[in-house]
Design a protein around this ligand. Structure first.
Ligand code: NAD
Length: 461
């Protein structure tokens, strides 16, 4: 049996080795899920909800241990891991509160003996291939509503967060979700491809554009529901009338939180020339205050990158920006880190005088690096913000709501922010435009997406 090495990205130490689900193993779990799903769908919603409610209680009870596990395998600072788990509890509460009304059959017309109804039927067996950066959030956005709606879930956590994936399975099973209704599949691309080879009723993917395109190629001809939540190159515009200090403090966090490894990290800032210098000064002050350190230490803000190859991506973006005339104001290279040079450490990095010829302003960085570009007016800001194939989030800082609305209504992105950033709400749909993906999670629609509608035309005689 092949084993997956799980390493600590902060220290490079081997944490554990886990058995990999190979093609035959994945096929067996998929067959078992197929057999088990109808009984789960027939289980009254009140019982499915009770399972998820118990799961929530178990996550809350084990929160400290679960946070530590996530921190060990991803390098996410412990405080950020705890934030994620607490936020996840809130998302479960939202899904629990909405499941019944979303699943209810709707009568949309009833007149002169003709009745029209919409029934919501679970998709069946769904696959979920997931990312490591917020494993509880992005995994839970799929498996919690999918299970509530009556689906079986084959969940492939990232190979960089597999212990968290196994913890999810253990707690769901302990909460009463049948073994075969939720299965974790351990492994990397081979396991993901083995999952794609199964008969699925839906494929839900969170990860990079490149893998998303591969999955779309494989799944396209199969006529199976496909959702892709991909990357971003999220812009923000700081207007002339914004308080540059408040905006800088907010955006520094939006860019550097979780070492910039958020799909909705702020990666580009356009600042009106009149507030540029004060903005940059405040941003640098804030970023310098972020403490790099052992991810397990309570006061650490900046941890390592989870994936070592991303260090080279950042170095290439830095070299390209420097060669094209950008000014590096902070960082710009790997950091020694708190473990004597071991681990995937990169200094918080800020550039200004950037432009759109540079990879730093065009390609997802997924690290603690930010580009700042001066603009003269709204039109220029909107043009630059839209100069991307991605469209996940975008923001504007100004005290004037009408001004913010006027700018944001011109920006192509699934989520827009006024005076805030890097924020996700369970009540709102999370969807990318363009290369940021297709489909959505969260909100009431993020429950309905795990069902298919059946239209009933009923004439009484
Ligand atoms: P990734 O594409 O490398 O991996 C994602 C998953 O796909 C992993 O489970 C991996 O094992 C699997 N995989 C890789 N190659 C595969 C293949 N050929 N066939 C089948 N499965 C395969 O992405 P990542 O590094 O895990 O995640 C980072 C990316 O995810 C970033 O681009 C980030 O922006 C994006 N992301 C998006 C959202 C969102 O909501 N839009 C949320 C989190 C992360």
């Amino acid at each position: 049996m092949k084993l997956l090495n799980v390493n600590n990205p902060a220290t490079e130490e081997l944490i554990t080795q886990l058995p990999i689900d190979d093609g035959a193993g994945v096929a067996i779990k998929a067959q078992k899920a197929r057999t088990a799903q109808p009984a789960w769908a027939a289980t009254p919603l009140v019982q499915r909800r009770a399972c998820i409610q118990t799961f929530r209680a178990l996550v809350e009870k084990e929160l400290d241990d679960l946070a530590r596990t996530m921190t060990l395998e991803t390098g996410k600072p412990l405080a950020h891991s705890r934030n994620e788990l607490n936020g996840f509890l809130g998302r479960i509460d939202f899904f629990l509160s909405q499941a019944e009304s979303v699943l209810q059959t709707q009568t949309v017309f009833n007149q002169d003996g003709m009745c029209e109804q919409i029934e919501h039927i679970p998709l069946g067996v769904i696959g979920n291939i997931s990312a490591w950066n917020y494993p509880w959030f992005v995994g839970g956005n799929v498996f919690v509503p999918a299970l509530l709606m009556g689906n079986a879930v084959l969940y492939k956590p990232s190979e960089f967060a597999p212990m968290t994936g196994l913890a999810m399975a253990r707690l769901l099973h302990a909460a009463g979700v049948p073994q075969d209704v939720f299965a974790a599949l351990i492994g990397a691309a081979d396991t993901g491809n083995a999952l794609l080879a199964q008969a699925l009723d839906g494929m839900f993917f969170t990860g990079s554009l490149a893998t998303g395109q591969h999955i779309a190629n494989v799944m396209g001809p199969r006529m199976t529901k496909l959702q892709l939540e991909l990357g971003g190159k999220d812009p923000t515009y700081v207007c002339a009338d914004a308080d540059p200090v408040t905006a800088a403090q907010s955006l520094a966090d939006g860019a550097m939180y979780n070492a910039g490894q958020s799909c909705c990290s702020v990666e580009r800032v356009y600042v009106h020339a009149s507030v540029h210098d004060r903005f940059v000064q405040a941003l640098l002050e804030t970023v310098r205050s972020f403490k790099m350190g052992d991810p397990l230490a309570a006061d650490t803000y900046l941890g390592p990158l989870t994936r070592a190859p991303q260090l080279q991506v950042l170095e290439a973006q830095v070299a390209d920006a420097l060669a094209k005339g950008a000014r590096c104001l902070l960082g710009g290279q790997r950091a020694v880190g708190p473990f004597g040079g071991r681990g995937n450490w990169f200094n918080a990095t800020v550039f200004d005088q950037v432009d759109h010829s540079m990879a730093l302003m065009r390609e997802e960085s997924f690290g603690p690096i930010l580009g700042i570009q001066k603009v003269d007016d709204d039109a220029q800001a909107v043009r630059w913000m839209n100069d991307t194939a991605y469209g996940l989030t975008a923001g504007v800082y100004t005290p004037d709501e009408a001004h913010a609305r006027a700018v944001l209504s011109q920006v192509r992105a699934g989520t827009v922010y006024w005076n805030c950033c890097d924020r996700v709400s369970p009540r709102l749909p999370w969807s990318g435009w363009g290369h940021s993906g297709m489909g959505l999670t969260l909100s009431r629609e993020g429950l309905a997406t795990f069902t298919r509608p059946k239209a009933w035309h009923l004439r009484s005689v």
